[in-house]
Design a protein around this ligand. Structure first.
Ligand SMILES: Cc1ncc(COP(=O)(O)O)c(C=O)c1O
Length: 376
C-alpha cells in the first residue's frame, strides 16, 4: 500500500520541538512523571516498583483493561484492545476495508481517518459541517452520502479541528443508520471527557451498538501522549478478533511501563480531567476575548469540547502565509487549514497549554501591526 504523507504530522515534526510557542497543540499540557507518580494509589505504585520489563499481554494488561472498561457502560475488559491510538486507526482501516469499498468520513479531519482508506483504493465521501451554523454536522447530509457499497462511516466527536460535537439523539441516529444498512461505524473519541458541559458528553458509540468500534486513549484528555497508549473497544467479537490478530503485525503488545502509568492515570481520572478542563476554561475565555476584539479580522465559532478550535482569517491573505509569518516574527506556531487539505481560510488554535496566555500576547502583538496595515 502506497500512502500519502501525513501533512499535519510532517508539519509538527518540522516545528513542534523548535517553535517557542506551540499554540495549535491538540493535547493538554503534559503531566510530568513525578506529577503522575504523586497521583498514584499504593497498588499501582507497587506495580510500578515491581514491574518486569518483558513482553506484556498482547490484548493489554488485564488490570489496565479493567480500568479502561470503567469508562464505558457496557464494554467489558475482554472487549478492549490496547494499542497506540494512531495504530488503532491503522489496524481498523486495514482490517475492515478493501479496494472499491465506500467510506463516509467527518471532514476536515485527522488525515489517517480517510487517507488509509484512500490508499487502499476506497472511495471516500466527506461529511462536512456548516461553518456559518457554528460547525454544525447535519445528519441529512450524512444520509445523502451513503451508498449501497458504503462499508464504513467514520466520525470524530468531539471534532478535530473545529471543537464541534453532535447531540446524543444524532449519535443514536448514526448508530441506527449503520445498523440498518450493515455499515460499520468507526467512532474516534480521542477528545472524550473534554466537553465543557456535562450535557454535551456523548456515550461511546461502542456502548450503543455492536456495529460500532470506538477509539480512545491517554494522549489528549489525560495529558499523557508520550505513553502511546490508546485502545479500541467493540462488542463485535468478529471484528475484535480480526483487530487483535492484525496487531501481531504492528506492535504485538504495548510498552510495559506505559501500561502501568496509564493505570495510575485512569485511577486519578477526576483530578486529571478537572486540571485540564480548568486550564481549557481559563484559556478559552482569553481566546474568546481576543477573537471578539478582532472580529473584523477573524470568524470564530466557539468550540463545545476539546482543546482546539478552527477560526477563519477573513483577510485576503492565505492562512498558510499568515501562519508562516506569525511563526517567523513572533515564534507562535499555528496550524493552517491546508495541512488538513481543507480549502477554507481557517487555522487551528490549541488552548490547553499553560503558556497559552503568553503565546496569545505574542499573537496579539502581531495582529495589532497586521490590523493597522490591512486597515489602511
Ligand atoms: C482525532 C484524532 N485521532 C487520533 C489521533 C492519534 O492520537 P495519537 O497521536 O496519540 O496516536 C489524534 C492525534 O492528534 C487525533 O486528533
Amino acid at each position: 500500500m502506497k500512502i500519502q504523507p501525513f501533512k499535519l504530522e510532517r508539519y509538527f515534526a518540522a516545528h513542534e520541538f523548535s517553535a517557542p510557542y506551540l499554540m495549535c497543540a491538540s493535547n493538554c499540557e503534559s503531566l510530568s512523571l513525578s506529577e503522575l507518580l504523586s497521583l498514584a494509589d499504593e497498588d499501582s505504585r507497587n506495580m510500578w516498583n515491581d514491574l518486569k520489563l518483558g513482553y506484556t499481554e498482547s490484548q493489554g494488561h488485564h488490570v489496565l483493561r479493567e480500568e479502561i472498561s470503567r469508562l464505558y457502560k457496557n464494554i467489558k475488559p475482554n472487549e478492549v484492545l490496547v494499542l497506540t491510538p494512531e495504530e488503532g486507526i491503522y489496524i481498523a482501516m486495514t482490517t475492515l476495508l478493501k479496494k472499491g469499498d465506500h467510506v463516509v468520513v467527518t471532514y476536515p479531519g485527522y488525515q489517517s481517518l480517510y487517507e488509509i482508506a484512500n490508499s487502499l483504493g476506497c472511495e471516500v465521501s466527506k461529511w462536512t459541517p456548516k461553518e456559518q451554523k457554528g460547525w454544525a454536522f447535519d445528519i441529512d447530509d450524512l444520509r445523502a452520502l451513503i451508498r449501497n457499497k458504503t462499508r464504513l462511516i467514520v466520525v470524530n466527536f468531539p471534532h478535530n479541528p473545529t471543537g464541534a460535537t453532535i447531540s446524543r439523539a444524532d449519535l443514536k441516529k448514526i448508530t441506527g443508520i449503520a445498523e440498518r444498512k450493515g455499515i460499520v461505524l468507526f467512532s474516534d473519541e480521542m477528545y472524550r471527557f473534554l466537553e465543557y458541559g456535562e450535557a454535551d458528553r456523548l456515550p461511546s458509540a461502542s456502548d450503543l451498538s455492536a456495529t460500532a468500534v470506538s477509539l480512545f486513549g491517554m494522549s489528549k484528555s489525560f495529558s499523557l501522549a508520550g505513553l502511546r497508549i490508546g485502545w479500541l473497544t467493540t462488542k463485535n467479537s468478529v471484528m475484535f478478533k480480526d483487530f487483535a490478530s492484525t496487531k501481531d503485525y504492528t506492535t504485538i503488545c504495548s510498552s510495559a511501563p506505559s501500561e502501568i502509568l496509564a493505570i495510575m492515570a485512569l485511577r486519578a481520572k477526576d483530578r486529571i480531567l478537572k486540571r485540564n478542563l480548568d486550564l481549557i476554561g481559563k484559556n478559552l475565555d482569553l481566546l474568546n476575548g481576543f477573537f471578539s476584539e478582532y472580529a473584523r479580522l477573524f470568524e470564530w465559532h466557539k468550540p463545545k469540547a476539546g482543546p482546539i478550535g478552527f477560526p477563519r482569517l477573513k483577510s485576503g491573505l492565505k492562512t498558510a502565509a499568515f501562519c508562516a509569518d506569525v511563526l517567523k516574527k513572533k515564534g507562535v506556531l499555528l496550524l493552517p487549514a491546508d495541512q488538513y487539505g481543507y480549502e477554507g481560510n481557517n487555522f487551528r488554535v490549541g488552548f490547553a497549554r499553560r503558556n497559552m496566555p503568553e503565546a496569545l500576547e505574542k499573537l496579539r502583538e502581531y495582529v495589532r501591526k497586521f490590523w493597522d496595515t490591512t486597515r489602511n
